[in-house]
Write a protein that binds this ligand. Structure first.
Ligand code: PAF
Length: 280
């Protein structure tokens, strides 16, 4: 695996691969890699000739009081995992290169960015869409891989790619979970032992919602009341949002159907976790 930090070097590797008709699979990350990230890498490895992963903790997607400075980092561990998984190139851009002096251009994906995390984290998806488009322009991937745990992010990126005619296939991959059901996330490392136990409530409430739907309950209100009730039993849990939405538009639905998505953001202590599940 080669490590590339310069944008011109990354572009020339991408151009070289493209000129030889090689398919480039791309896994953009913010590092501190877990099995969820590695499932994206494995899928990319199995579907492409060249695999590029990037690690960049993107400042523009963090709000002023968020965890940019604290965000966990483990460059040597990440490098080892990517190398072992057969990644060809690790792209490690510097912030000053991606956002140079006088930087002033951003991508705003309108409606789909507004609800859920868009309303609790204003500007977050503007930062995500901007950095992902910049990375796409540099890495020129044939296919790019994103986890469904960040379901809204995936929809924002799909919309951007379609609206701006970006020549890449966006591939959503299933959420990878710990043995007790907690969705893998780099932010799980912030949880202490008691919080870690309480965090399982997110997955349990989603499974509960799914069971209710499969038993014939379609009222989103009734399903959400049960979800909120389950999470509220944890002493350190504070719900940011618990919604049932159409999985394409992300707008609320009163009557759930098999394409509806239950989406959660919950603070356990100081750590904000997200998770989601399609009811059908
Ligand atoms: O999901 C993430 O890790 C980030 O939002 C991404 C897509 C790498 C953009 O910074």
């Amino acid at each position: 695996m080669i490590t590339i930090s310069g944008i011109p070097e990354m572009k020339s590797l991408a151009n070289e691969a493209r000129s030889q008709n090689l398919a480039i699979g791309f896994v953009p990350t913010m590092g501190y890699l877990h099995d969820g990230h590695m499932s994206l890498v494995q899928r990319a490895r199995s579907e492409n000739d060249v695999v590029v992963a990037s690690i960049f903790v993107n400042p523009t997607q963090f709000g002023p009081n968020e965890d940019l400075e604290l965000y966990p980092r483990d460059m040597e561990g990440d490098r080892h995992k990517l190398q072992t998984a057969g990644v060809d190139a690790l792209f490690l851009p510097e912030s000053g290169q991606l956002y140079g002096p006088g930087y002033q251009t951003y991508v705003i994906v309108e409606t789909v960015s507004l609800p859920l995390c868009g309303s609790s984290r204003p500007g977050h998806f503007k930062g995500v869409a901007t950095v992902v488009l910049k990375l796409f322009n540099i890495v020129r991937p044939t296919r790019a891989y994103f986890g469904q745990k960040d379901f809204q992010q995936l929809q924002v990126i799909r919309r951007m790619v379609s609206d701006l005619n970006v020549d890449v296939s966006v591939i959503g991959c299933p959420t990878v979970r710990e043995a007790d059901g907690l969705a893998m996330s780099s932010r799980n490392s912030y949880l202490d032992v008691s919080e870690r136990k309480q965090a399982v409530a997110l997955n349990q409430s989603l499974l509960f919602a799914k069971t209710m739907f499969h038993s014939g309950e379609t009222s989103s209100r009734i399903i959400l009341d049960a979800v909120v009730d389950r999470i509220s039993r944890e002493p350190d849990a504070r719900i940011d949002y618990a919604r049932i939405v159409d999985s394409h538009t992300l707008s609320d639905v009163d009557q759930s159907d098999s394409a509806s998505l239950v989406a959660l953001a919950v603070r356990i202590g100081k750590t904000r976790l997200i998770d989601n599940m399609i009811l059908g």
